[in-house]
Design a protein around this ligand. Structure first.
Ligand SMILES: [Zn+2]
Length: 397
């Protein structure tokens, strides 16, 4: 009787996306456009009279399309289906991911229930290329510091910064500079965002925590370990222990400054001060700053430049003759940009080995720190960023 067996071929996500169904077309178009605009996220938000689709491009949101109330529920249902989320679950948070191999794109989808229906955010992850530190936009001194980390034989290097500050991307860029033929590199990530050829990439989850994965990976004889995030005491202790026993460990932590990384590890996660002092090789904090359009920028007025000068304690930050050529973004923008912005640049503050020891010994005055403000000034002097935005960094750091 086997003749009657009919096996229905499951449609791949690429096939589903080719459908002429109106809602699928809108979704397909939104993702294509978001990719073209280099958007980091797509927001699908139900509201009283419909559903709004917004893109976040270079940190700022703009509306791409709005659909009327009659389409609200059906559109959200379609997006949930296409993003591998359960349509049976309504009114509860959900996470999922979907990969479009033909577009070299991965979407990380997240739902929260709002009063007007499920509100969805899709994070766009370009899986088509490895992160290249050379193209990341770091100033040359920061770039050199980061490349030097790849030459270390052992120790702990920690990157911090708020969500969306690009710290994971930087970390991936550093790992990509490491010789993965001669070194065994294991990464523990949640989720895996960028491909690293030649590394063993492990995705952690509720079933496989960072600490469990780290303990297991130590038995695989790694030279270099990337721990996606230190978010609990156990992971902190294991990471420090791994660094103390001949491994080079890279990780991220939630902190606002390079010094706060140390206080978080010691005070919150109770890592032994003496042990941390001997293993910590690099501590940093990162932010992203708007890169201004070189077609439509305006010159900053001299009064603002004078205010900036007052804040700069060391003369060599910025030569005086540069003051007349400092730029601000043209918020009206032009055909080449979005409101005067063409992308974002990472700025980084860091403290390296010798100064880390000074921090532990309480020698605050002798700490050599490349701070965020100083790093932003380097970009300002080159005409890459807006004076007004640099002034804000000064206030917040
Ligand atoms: Zn422009």
């Amino acid at each position: 009787m086997t003749d009657n067996i009919f096996i229905e071929k499951t449609k791949s996500i690429e096939e589903k996306m080719e459908s002429d169904f109106a809602y699928t077309s809108i979704f397909r178009e939104s993702i294509k456009k978001a990719k073209e605009f280099e958007a980091s996220d797509v927001h699908i938000e139900p509201f009283e009279s419909g559903v709004r689709i917004r893109f976040r491009v270079f940190g700022k949101l703009f509306i791409w399309k709005e659909l009327s109330l009659v389409h609200r529920e059906s559109y959200i249902r379609e997006v949930k289906q296409l993003c591998n989320m359960s349509i049976a679950i309504v009114g509860k948070p959900q996470d999922s991911s979907v990969t479009f191999s033909n577009w070299k794109l991965k979407l990380r989808a997240n739902i929260i229930p709002s009063m007007d229906g499920d509100s969805i955010v899709l994070r766009l992850i370009d899986i088509g290329r490895e992160v290249n530190l050379n193209d990341s936009g770091f100033s040359s001194d920061v770039y050199t510091n980061l490349v030097q980390l790849t030459q270390l034989k052992m120790g702990l290097c920690v990157f911090s910064g708020p969500t969306g500050s690009g710290k994971s991307k930087t970390l991936n860029g550093v790992i990509n500079k490491i010789d993965r033929i001669k070194n065994k590199v294991i990464t523990l990530e949640n989720p895996i965002e960028y491909p690293i050829v030649g590394a063993t990439q492990v995705e952690t989850s509720a079933k496989l925590t960072f600490s469990e994965a780290l303990r297991a990976c130590m038995r695989q004889d790694p030279d270099i370990i990337l721990v996606g995030e230190i978010r609990d005491k156990e992971t902190a202790h294991l990471a420090v222990e791994a660094a103390a026993t001949g491994h080079l460990v890279f990780s991220t932590i939630h902190a606002n400054s390079a010094i706060e990384v140390i206080t978080r590890l010691v005070d919150t996660f109770e890592v032994d001060r003496g042990l941390l002092k001997s293993v910590l090789k690099f501590s940093s904090a990162q932010r992203l700053i708007s890169k201004i359009c070189s077609e439509c920028f305006q010159l900053a007025n001299l009064e603002d430049a004078a205010i900036l000068r007052k804040r700069i304690s060391e003369k060599w930050y910025l030569a005086e003759e540069k003051e007349e050529s400092l730029r601000v973004k043209n918020t009206h923008g032009c055909q080449h940009c979005n409101d005067g912005v063409i992308g974002r640049l990472p700025i980084l503050e860091s403290i390296a080995e010798r100064s880390i020891i000074d921090v532990f010994e309480g020698e605050e005055n002798s700490i050599k720190k490349n701070d965020l403000f100083k790093n932003a000034i380097t970009h300002l002097a080159r005409g890459e960023v807006c004076l007004k935005e640099v002034m804000q960094i000064d206030k917040s750091s």
